[in-house]
Ligand binder design. Structure first.
Ligand SMILES: CC(=O)SCCNC(=O)CCNC(=O)[C@H](O)C(C)(C)COP(=O)(O)OP(=O)(O)OC[C@H]1O[C@@H](n2cnc3c(N)ncnc32)[C@H](O)[C@@H]1OP(=O)(O)O
Length: 262
């Protein structure tokens, strides 16, 4: 996303953290427009009608935008390369054994690298910077309705290949639960803001069958939602145009066609 101006005095370093206050302080229509346009590409890529991110929404939210950009000395233009929007949300989670957890967790809400710059390490740079700034480990991140590309990315770049889909369409990784599990019979202290309810919420007859979760985790090739398989569904030239709406629809159809739990 090109801007015919030198944004160095406005944005500073090439990886920049823009919290709502900082976005408001930018007061620069050119930057606002460029960020909004990049976010529109992200939405287009995911086949969403409305962008998940706009500067106006950012100013009125608790979310933080991590932006990668660079100034081209020769052409005297600035280019926005990509962004990650994160925010802390209170989530109610199940692990693969249907054990329940509740807590505030950092969520990746929107993540996009300009199509001309993908697969050149920009996405990893943005997330590494974000993890350092947020003092968070990759396994502690929840993904909001991730694309197949993002799951492949997390698997390849951070070795996280056991996604646990939640019925809210958030995905967390099994390592998150492992980090909370008992060691040598002694319960680890949960991180701040976390608690494990003493009695798991009872669903229906109270049976905690893991069938649905196992299917969702390992994916079902014939239904085209092989979530743990590193991006085999995304190898076409249009691969980057991952379709979250389609994935959600496919997951829903799969869930509806499965034998109910109760
Ligand atoms: C919560 C959400 O926001 S879900 C939406 C996530 N966003 C998208 O799916 C939009 C389209 N994709 C993108 O914008 C980017 O590819 C991102 C943001 C996922 C990753 O950014 P990049 O700069 O490409 O990442 P980076 O170069 O650091 O790592 C590349 C890795 O990502 C994965 N990847 C990126 N693009 C693809 C693709 N088209 N097909 C398969 N894997 C891909 C691969 O693991 C790849 O590693 P490889 O090139 O060694 O095979």
């Amino acid at each position: 996303m090109q801007v015919n101006a030198d944004l160095r005095p406005i944005l500073g370093p090439q990886l920049v953290r823009l919290d709502p206050m900082r976005v408001k302080q930018l007061q620069d229509p050119l930057v606002y427009e460029a960020i909004d346009n990049l976010a529109k590409l992200s939405a287009h890529c995911l086949q969403l009608r409305t962008p998940l991110t706009t500067c106006e929404k950012l100013i009125n939210s608790d979310s933080t935008l991590y932006l990668s950009w660079k100034y081209d000395e020769e052409e005297k233009v600035s280019r926005l390369l990509g962004f990650a929007k994160v925010g802390r949300k209170k989530l109610f989670l199940y692990d693969a054994q249907m054990q329940t957890y509740e807590g505030e967790i950092l969520c990746l809400l929107d993540f996009y690298v300009h199509f001309s710059t993908q697969r050149q390490g920009v996405g990893k740079q943005i997330l590494d910077y974000m993890f350092a700034q947020e003092h968070t480990e990759p396994f502690q991140l929840a993904l909001d309705n991730p694309s197949v590309t993002l799951l492949g990315f997390m698997s390849q770049k951070y070795g996280l290949n056991r996604p646990v889909w939640q019925n809210t369409n958030f995905v967390v990784f099994d390592e998150l639960f492992q980090s909370l599990s008992a060691e040598n019979g002694i319960e680890k202290q949960p991180p701040d803001g976390w608690r494990r309810p003493m009695t798991p919420r009872r669903l229906g007859t109270g049976m905690t069958d893991t069938r649905w979760l196992q299917h969702a985790v390992s994916g079902h090739q014939s239904k085209g939602n092989a979530m743990a398989a590193p991006v085999d569904a995304d190898m076409t030239p249009q691969g980057a145009l991952s379709n979250r709406a389609h994935q959600a629809k496919a997951r829903k159809a799969h869930i509806l066609s499965s034998k109910p739990l109760w």
